[in-house]
Design a protein around this ligand. Structure first.
Ligand SMILES: *[C@@H]1O[C@H](CO)[C@@H](O)[C@H](O)[C@H]1NC(C)=O
Ligand SMILES: *[C@@H]1O[C@H](CO)[C@@H](O)[C@H](O)[C@H]1NC(C)=O
Ligand SMILES: *[C@@H]1O[C@H](CO)[C@@H](O)[C@H](O)[C@H]1NC(C)=O
Length: 252
């Protein structure tokens, strides 16, 4: 084994002071209280499970890894004298995943760590929307983040949106926030919008929207128009045919 760096040695010693039996998990990442490892999305977590090797447990005993209770398949040579698993890249679904290592002979001799996968809300950029009068306007900001955003504000032309006078409804299901106007009115809704979120870990995020309102398009009743055109054309053709007969008759 390579020489351990000082912080690892410190953790190691701390661990030995608090627990004397069994297996333990070491990581390059900081293991916080209650075995929580904070890791950024798309990062890498490397975990090493060691059995204590004291005389009470068998030397060279096989180790088993579980992820949320399901067995992780390991190469045969990765089961003894320290077994390593690596999570890379760390995904959103690894958040709150618990990795447990235990002796294959006794599952109660175990150690666990749980991942806390942090990521910022995907709020950025600018969007231009063109909507007709009286149509529905939906502005959306995706706010899923860990930790959750601590605040979310919608502004219109720089001031906080007044839902009542603006004729807006606001929805927020923890994944996305939508500002909705059910019947667009140019004087109320043609404007610059912004959603502003604050992440306790990653700071401020914003997305801008430029909304242009156009006149309501006349919806032509298409079928009657086509029927009318067909009648007009047929009449014209019949008229020409009738005339042609007359011309032919007088030429005889
Ligand atoms: C497993 O380990 C626990 C804790 O050391 C011990 O109490 C128990 O008897 C062991 N079980 C077996 C089957 O060895
Ligand atoms: C995960 O880490 C973030 C950032 O430090 C923290 O705010 C959050 O409470 C942690 N989550 C859990 C479940 O501990
Ligand atoms: C927002 O500002 C634009 C440009 O100054 C203006 O045309 C529009 O009427 C304003 N909209 C609202 C809702 O204040």
């Amino acid at each position: 084994m390579k020489l351990m760096s000082t912080p690892h040695l410190f953790h190691f010693l701390l661990f030995c002071a608090t627990q004397t039996l069994g297996v333990r998990i070491q990581s390059d990442s900081v293991v916080g209280s209650e075995g929580l490892i904070q890791i950024e999305l798309e990062g890498t977590v490397s975990l090493l499970c060691l059995s204590d090797g004291n005389s009470e447990t068998e030397p060279d005993e096989d180790l088993v890894w579980l992820r949320n209770g399901a067995m992780v398949s390991l190469m045969a040579e990765n089961k003894k004298n320290g077994s390593r698993v690596c999570v890379t890249p760390v995904l959103q679904e690894d958040n709150a995943a618990t990795f447990t290592c235990h002796l294959s002979s006794n599952a109660s001799i175990s150690d666990s760590v749980t991942l806390n996968v942090t990521y910022p809300p995907p709020i950025m950029g600018a969007e231009e929307l063109v909507v007709e009068e009286e149509s529905v306007l939906v502005l959306q900001c995706d706010i899923l983040a860990n930790p959750q955003v601590s605040s979310l504000v919608w502004t219109v032309n720089g001031s906080t949106v007044d839902l009542l006078t603006g004729g807006f409804t606001l929805t927020n299901d923890g994944v996305r926030s939508q500002l909705i106007a059910n019947s667009v009115d140019r004087s109320l809704h043609a404007a610059s919008y912004r959603c502003l979120a604050n992440s306790p870990l990653y700071g401020e995020f914003e997305k801008n929207f430029q909304v242009t309102v156009t006149d309501k398009l006349m919806k032509f009743p298409l079928m009657p128009i086509i029927a009318g055109l067909v009648v007009v054309c047929l009449t014209a053709i019949l008229a020409v045919v009738a005339r042609w007969r007359k011309i032919r008759q007088c030429c005889k």
